[in-house]
Design a protein around this ligand. Structure first.
Ligand code: NDP
Length: 283
């Protein structure tokens, strides 16, 4: 079904979102602070709004994708939001999302927050995911529309949940990147071909290791960190070994040393027999 949708914010991401909605056959109204960024979308069939208020009045669903939450507040500050669903896909913190939900509700609107797990060229392609949280009725009303932009997943009525999960996924990613950069620095120090190391050794290893994460989830939810596989004492020794090997190769282990600190702390508490998942209790 074709819907009226307004998109506020036509940066790289907002433009990709608006384009996917136009291509799915919706009536899309667009607004951007710098008006020229709307030109390519208008050429594809979008309607240009001259002000945020004009854009919001054009459609019951308003998708917002701006730089940050202060810019969203600035843009919507004098705009009536009665009977509007505001789906704010701007990246932010959980607390900001909760404040924004209350702010929109005070103005008569329903609120959904969203975390985009994709880069612009992935929008409307397999692999793109957008996490939503906030008003469940609003999500259910527009689930099909959201499906034109990316796979969508509702994560609960706490508006802060989508940004929290977004941040959690980024955290996992940065951790993997940190370890991988250390690995690459070490391998480079020995002049081993990095392409061969990544494609044939590191990537399959990381994939094999990632499979254990649901087991960690089970242990953490149960608060039971007993292990027969790889306890903290063994990992403490492994970390000592890493530190010495990196020193000998002349490579700094800065990105990974905080993990050693936490392992040492937990072992010092007499919990060396537990598994790595127990480190979560130290955080
Ligand atoms: P861009 O820098 O390309 O666009 C930023 C947008 O915000 C522009 O439309 C800009 O308007 C607008 N803007 C900035 N400040 C203000 C303001 N004070 N008032 C009104 N409008 C303002 O960023 P992206 O499109 O890439 O990102 C947008 C959001 O999407 C961000 O929150 C980002 O974290 C998120 N995101 C982006 C991803 C990416 O890979 N690009 C991935 C996942 C999420 P103007 O054109 O006038 O400058």
């Amino acid at each position: 079904m074709s819907e009226n949708i307004s998109v506020l914010g036509l940066g790289l991401m907002g433009s990709a979102l608006a384009e996917s909605l136009i291509r799915a056959g919706h009536h899309v109204t667009v607004w951007n602070r710098t008006p020229a960024k709307a030109d390519p979308l208008v050429a594809e069939g979008a309607t240009r709004a001259d002000t945020p208020a004009q854009a919001v009045s054009a459609s019951p669903l308003v998708i917002v994708c701006l730089l940050d939450y202060p810019s969203v507040l600035e843009t919507l500050k004098d705009v009536p939001l009665e009977d509007r669903v505001v789906a704010n896909l701007t990246t932010g913190r959980p607390a900001e999302a909760r404040e924004m939900a209350a702010w929109v509700a005070e103005r008569g609107g329903e609120y959904l927050d969203g975390g985009i797990m994709a880069v612009p060229h992935m929008i409307a392609k397999p692999g793109a995911l957008i996490l939503y949280s906030g008003s469940r009725p609003a999500f259910e009303r527009y689930e099909q529309v959201f499906g034109a932009m990316a796979a969508s997943r509702y994560t609960g009525d706490d508006p802060g949940m989508a940004p929290l999960l977004d941040l959690a996924m980024l955290t996992g990613m940065y951790g993997q990147m940190a370890g991988s950069l250390e690995a690459l620095a070490l391998v480079r120090s020995a002049k081993y071909p990095l392409m061969e190391f990544t494609t044939e050794l590191l990537v399959p290893w990381l994939n094999a290791m990632a499979v254990q994460l649901p087991q960690w989830a089970k242990e953490i939810e149960a608060g039971d960190y007993r292990t027969e596989v790889s306890n903290l004492e063994i990992n403490r020794a492994g970390m000592e070994n890493l530190v010495r090997a990196f020193e000998e190769q002349g490579v700094k282990l800065d990105l990974l040393l905080p993990m050693k600190t936490v392992i040492d702390r937990r072992v010092a508490r007499g919990l060396g027999h537990e598994g790595l998942s127990g480190l979560v209790e130290e955080l």
